[in-house]
Design a protein around this ligand. Structure first.
Ligand code: DHB
Length: 393
């Protein structure tokens, strides 16, 4: 038994990219169906990064009251780079007149899912895409299975792969699931969530001889913190006391507020850009198209920037029969993707101590940090990228 659905845009993946795309298409009067293999609960509870660029918040404003980024989230007008215990503030307002919002990704997802369901959107959880067929025709199809194993086919005018780093859609577009530019890093982040108020008003990115640590936040009562670790670290390898020691020794100059640690995870560092972002009537957005290491929190913001371009391109194609924006999509999206790739790599290399770093490497890195923090231009360079390049620049 196969059920066949017909829609204008089939969207594989209900992450921030897929959900926002369906919202923007809906505003333009274009129907879509969104599927995701995960359950709603899993999507809404997976902990990811927490920083939204200003442009991301402005796009989320278009979902109306449902977006709580400004009301529940907090605006941050700067961050601190801590260099061997010495603090240097990067003032976003003064350097670039922009800001970021601290608002966790899973909260963005809750807002988008609520808005989509309220709009009567066809949004299906527990549905696994198995492949995409007829990409080179104007009637591409997604072949999927629901939670009971029943086969579902979605026929569309266009298919979008917003299905994350293990994308099924990527193989259709690039010819292989791994086809892309790739880089791995010799370190990872050990992340914790703990019950304690923020240790600092603003985020602290700390480069210390012991390695990197990031002091972030989630709310008035929950802190998110990370420290540099070996990629093969087992999350159970540390006692709570050891975790606090590891964190504290990397943040000289601040006494961290401690509390029960209720979640631990290890985040691997990878840079990836798919060789192709579009084939015929199938396009990739977000993590399906690219991955960045977490330093600087560009991942979700970059996905949202892809979606903004693709929504406009699909509007032109499906409403006016004009393919020019779609033809330009890979090139236009790639410009920002590679800027964000560079920034994420640069913030990573600026702040982490590589396991094989020589004394020369370490001193050179401190020289680079001073070049940034002691110069109004250096601070502005960092602030501009961190807050997100304006969309129309
Ligand atoms: C967070 C994650 C990041 O990668 C970052 O650069 C800043 C904040 C976070 O999870 O809070």
């Amino acid at each position: 038994m196969t059920t066949t659905l017909r829609t204008r845009v089939a969207i594989v993946g209900a992450g921030p990219a897929g959900l926002l795309l369906s919202h923007l298409l809906d505003r333009a009067g274009i129907d879509s169906v969104v599927i995701d293999q995960r359950s709603r609960d899993e999507i809404e509870s997976t902990i990811r990064a927490g920083i939204l660029e200003q442009g991301t918040v402005e796009l989320l404003d278009t979902i109306g009251e449902a977006s709580r980024a400004r009301t529940v989230g907090h605006r941050h007008d700067g961050i601190e780079l801590r260099v061997e215990g010495e603090g240097h503030r990067i003032d976003f307002a003064e350097t670039v007149g922009r800001a970021v919002w601290l608002y966790p990704q899973h909260e963005v997802l809750k807002d988008l899912i609520a808005a989509r369901l309220a709009a009567g959107q066809d949004l299906r959880f527990g549905v696994t895409a198995e492949g995409i067929e007829d990409a080179d025709t104007d009637r591409p199809r997604v072949i999927a299975r629901d939670a009971d194993g029943a086969r579902l086919e979605i026929e569309a005018d266009f298919v979008v792969g917003s299905d994350g780093s293990r994308s099924v859609a990527r193989a259709t577009v690039t010819g292989s699931s791994t086809g892309g530019y790739f880089r791995e890093y010799p370190f990872a982040w050990f992340g914790i969530l703990c019950e304690a108020p923020p240790s600092s008003d603003e985020l602290i990115y700390s480069n210390s001889p012991e390695g990197f640590a990031l002091v972030s936040q989630r709310s008035d009562t929950v802190q998110r913190m990370y420290f540099q670790c070996d990629p093969d670290t087992d999350t159970a390898a540390f006692s709570e006391a050891q975790l606090w020691d590891e964190l504290q020794k990397r943040v000289p100059g601040t006494t961290l507020k401690q509390g029960p640690i209720f979640q631990r995870d290890v985040l691997r560092f990878r840079s990836f850009v798919a060789h192709e972002l579009r084939r015929g009537r199938v396009a990739l957005v977000g993590d399906a198209a690219h991955t960045v290491p977490p330093t600087g929190a560009k991942g979700m913001n970059l996905a949202i920037a892809d979606v903004r371009l693709l929504a406009a391109a699909l509007g032109a194609l499906l409403l006016d029969g004009d393919e020019r924006l779609l033809d330009a999509y890979p090139e236009t999206a790639s410009r920002r993707i590679w800027k964000a790739q560079h920034f994420s790599w640069w913030m990573t290399s600026l702040l982490h101590v590589a396991p094989d770093a020589t004394d020369f490497d370490r001193r050179r890195q401190l020289g680079e940090l001073r070049t940034v923090v002691e110069s109004a231009y250096g601070r502005a360079y960092l602030a501009e990228a961190y807050c997100g390049w304006p969309f129309d620049a």
